[in-house]
Write a protein that binds this ligand. Sequence first.
Ligand code: FAD
Ligand code: EPU
Length: 337
Amino acid sequence: MQIIENFSLQEYNTFGIQAYAKFFAQAGTTDELLYISQQTGMFKKPHLVLGGGSNILFTKDFDGTIIKISMRGMEVVDESASNVYLNVNAGENWDDLVEYCVQQSWGGLENLSLIPGQTGSSPIQNIGAYGVELKDHFHSLEALHKQSGQKKTFTAQECKFGYRDSFFKREGRDQYIILSVTFILDKEPAINTSYAALAAELQKGGITQPDIHDIREAVIRIRRSKLPDPVAIGNAGSFFKNPVINTEQYKRLSEAFPDVVSYPDKNGIKIAAGWLIERSGLKGYRLGDAGVHEKQALVLVNYGNAKGSDIVKLAEMIRCSVMENFGVGLEAEVNIV
Ligand code: FAD
Ligand code: EPU
């Protein structure tokens, strides 16, 4: 295990932004993590915990230690007649996990196919796609409390999951390192085709009674058709969250724009931010090498040499334009560092 100085982060963030970390280390085990933190006194100085770098935008060099989480391995820790409890270490690639579960015919995670990143990051924003959120199949997680060095187990309730939200983005922000996550998987999978685009994709393929393999394949096809592959074009998925507005605001918006795309939400009405951006005339817009993806306006992209600050400038422009046109505020989903 090495602590490397002046380390390029370009390959470690899916935006492909060039930025340098003063120090960089990878932790392959919890012991290594503790060793690195003791060697560098890292937790008392500026530091950043990095997973797959698929939800992060570096706007400058990082003047501290970046610790890349690389703990691998998973095991079935319990089983009942209907469920499997699978504990997965934080450094496991998310989609490898989903693929493995589908191969085992354990249901639950298949709608979350092809989301980039690592398992340890998945509870931070309660990843979600195609009608399912992580919280729906989450049992518990184990995290290291940085200040005390103690491990703590969090239940779903303690994680306070919400839409792209959890305890770890609020009160618990920067206080814990997630070491492993335990999932509850179904031996007799319940198929979820509630997301309209998924139902349409299955129908297009003539699949009337999908199993979890069909769901995974359909989700992968939809994602490949509209989301840019970070290997080809730098991006971090949706740059903004879909805003949730109250009924009064929605009434005004839908009267002015009857075709606004919206969904019911437990906190109000969720508006498709991609629609707001597209209808602001910004789909495909470019500001140098920073751009709005031409197939999905919610995704900002790096066409090659954009700096983090160029992406931020574009995001600001979008935010102002959407506010001016629709009176709706957009909040970044991506972590801006
Ligand atoms: P990173 O970007 O490395 O880190 C994200 C945050 O978590 C940072 O604040 C980091 O400090 C913190 N962190 C990372 N690991 C740990 C840990 N072990 N302990 C404590 N803190 C930690 N997201 C969705 O929800 N749904 C989607 O459909 C979706 N689609 C995407 C499509 C594309 C093409 C891309 C590029 C991204 C997409 N995302 C999506 C966003 C992203 O994949 C998820 O947010 C993912 O969970 C981020 O994982 P990561 O390991 O890359 O995290
Ligand atoms: N739309 C447009 N123009 C666009 C994009 C979208 O009008 O350019 C409208 C369309 O009506 C479309 C609707 O918005 O039907 C929804 O689009 P899509 O199904 O692509 O989903 P999204 O709301 O844009 C969210 C998540 C994605 C997730 C998909 C599928 C957020 C912020 N984003 O996107 O997550 O994969 O749903 O569930 O909630 C991510 O978080 O990084 C991410 C990619």
